[in-house]
Design a protein around this ligand. Structure first.
Ligand SMILES: Nc1ncnc2c1ncn2[C@@H]1O[C@H](COP(=O)(O)OP(=O)(O)OP(=O)(O)O)[C@@H](O)[C@H]1O
Ligand SMILES: [Mg+2]
Ligand SMILES: [Zn+2]
Length: 282
């Protein structure tokens, strides 16, 4: 393998995120009394603690963990929805991988979001403008990346919607009237609008009927095959992660407690929490 393929397209080192002002008992995650990541004195939460990982080209990296373990906080931090408390992140295709994306200007962060990353939110209301048409949602993303030709935008939007199997007759409808599965597919097409090299998917199938889930999972696998987009897939459901990801990270209370090849983790889970997750699949 060449150096190029060995090089991660995203690397994150020692990312920490605290919600709340903190107090003398929780200035650093290590200061917290007890095992919980919530400070019993001031209520602050360390939602991500010393998180480090690499994402490689074309791979699907799974992040699994119970509710509140910090999965959404992690991907939303990567998408700059909220500032991290500390940590570095480097994207190979941004400033030659030499800049910490977390300390870049708002303008540079916008560039990264418009050109290099796509995000599918756990809650479609965060990812879609429900009072815009589906086509309009995609157009917004294309315009943000400097496309102003109305005809081209419409063409690209129809192609993207077709790709996620949204009938073109519904392109001018507002996603608020769509089913949950369709809303997620519109979110996916919007996230893919500018051919991002990194796609973040947060609980993309949670709350969907099993048959609808299967279709969305198929779609994600197809996108990965066809476009070779690297993805971070977050789910509390190890079954979903098993179906999608090559490598898996297990999160608990803000920390990574186990990581490795998905098959290995399933066959030989080391951490008691992972063992519990694997047992629940059987
Ligand atoms: N905006 C916020 N303000 C304060 N605390 C927050 C905020 N967002 C998340 N938290 C806290 O951070 C921790 C991690 O939450 P997060 O939503 O990242 O977990 P999650 O793993 O995505 O859970 P779920 O599976 O329920 O989606 C939780 O304790 C949560 O209460
Ligand atoms: Mg979440
Ligand atoms: Zn505190």
């Amino acid at each position: 393998m060449s150096d190029l393929t060995d090089r991660p397209i995203l690397n994150v080192r020692d990312l920490n995120k605290r919600f709340g002002r903190g107090c003398v008992h929780c200035r650093k995650p290590e200061d917290l009394p007890g095992l919980s990541n919530r400070c019993p004195y001031c209520g602050s939460v360390w939602a991500c603690i010393h998180v480090s990982f690499d994402l490689y080209e074309g791979e699907i990296l799974g992040i699994v963990g119970e509710s509140g373990s910090g999965k959404s906080t992690l991907v939303r931090s990567l998408y700059f929805d909220a500032p991290v408390t500390s940590g570095t992140g480097e994207i190979a295709s941004f400033k030659e991988g030499k800049a910490n994306i977390f300390t870049e200007s708002a303008q540079q962060k916008r560039y990264i979001k418009n050109y290099l990353m796509g995000m599918v939110y756990q809650n479609p209301w965060l990812g879609l403008k429900m009072d815009f048409s589906s086509g309009g949602n995609i157009a917004e993303k294309l315009i943000a990346a400097g496309n102003f030709n109305v005809h081209q935008i419409r063409q690209r939007a129809s192609k993207l919607l077709d790709h996620v199997e949204i009938p073109l007759t519904r392109m001018d409808e507002k996603p608020v009237h769509f089913s949950g599965g369709m809303q997620q597919r519109v979110q996916i097409s919007k996230a893919l609008a500018n051919n991002p090299s990194i796609l973040l998917l947060d609980e993309v199938t949670t709350g969907l009927d099993l048959s609808v889930q299967a279709r969305v999972l198929d779609l994600i696998r197809r996108i990965q095959r066809e476009s070779h987009t690297a993805m971070i897939v977050v789910s509390h459901d190890l079954g979903v992660i098993r179906m999608l990801s090559d490598r898996t990270i297990v999160m608990k209370q803000g920390r990574f407690v186990e990581s490795g090849l998905t098959d290995q983790i399933l066959e030989d889970p080391h951490h008691p929490y992972t063992q519990l997750l694997v047992q629940s699949l059987l």
